[in-house]
Design a protein around this ligand. Structure first.
Ligand code: COA
Length: 171
């Protein structure tokens, strides 16, 4: 954070791969922006994942597909390579937002949340939002698999994302 600068705004970051953004992610973004003055949606490089879309493409899809969303807080978009805790510090964010679809998500998210809190000496907490029933089974890898085989995508992703997927894997 910029030294000596204390924002009075509540600032959060929602990090993820977003490869591509799904209706599930959009639901979390819409709900999370009601909780904070600023929500930074961050495409964070995950070295263990090989991505279909470039960071720029993922950011562009996030920008266009969130344009019609409701909610109170301001949305900002960024791409980042490094630790989420470093990104939060850079953005002045005190909260990380993550969606939970199941107990399995909680089991993998909890150690990350506690480690991030520890690394930030208690100055960074994670807010978990339970995915709604219509999103609890969606994942980006399933979406990519269905797109590659020419399957139906409209319940999983928005029209803009479907179009981008079809261009990547015309069938
Ligand atoms: N709706 C739909 N899908 C959802 C979802 C929701 N509400 N919540 C999660 N998912 C899915 C995603 O589609 C994705 O599916 P996929 O694995 O099939 O592609 C999966 O859940 C998880 O993806 P995502 O939320 O994008 O997270 P990630 O695991 O790729 O990355 C980071 C999570 C960015 C937070 C993590 O990798 C990170 O912190 N990286 C920085 C490095 C770091 O700080 N490491 C130390 C951590 S303590």
């Amino acid at each position: 954070m910029v030294e000596g600068y204390m924002s009075t705004e509540t600032i959060a970051v929602y990090p993820g791969s977003f490869d591509p953004v799904t209706r599930g992610h959009l639901e979390i973004i819409e709900r999370a922006r009601d909780l904070f003055d600023v929500l930074h949606v961050a495409v964070v490089a995950n070295p263990s994942k090989e991505c279909l879309f470039s960071s720029e493409e993922r950011l562009d899809l996030l920008r266009t597909e969130t344009a019609a969303l409701g909610g109170r807080g301001r949305l900002e978009f960024t791409a980042f390579e490094g630790l989420t805790v470093q990104l939060a510090d850079k953005l002045g964010a005190r909260w990380i937002v993550r969606g939970l679809r199941s107990g399995a998500d909680l089991a993998s998210e909890l150690p990350m949340a506690l480690t991030n809190r520890d690394c930030a000496e208690g100055e960074l907490d994670t807010v978990f939002l339970p995915a709604g029933p219509a999103s609890s089974y969606i994942s980006s890898s399933l979406v990519r698999e269905i797109a590659a085989a020419g399957g139906r995508l409209d319940t999983l992703v928005t029209g803009g994302v479907e179009e981008a997927l079809r261009k990547k894997s015309p069938s």
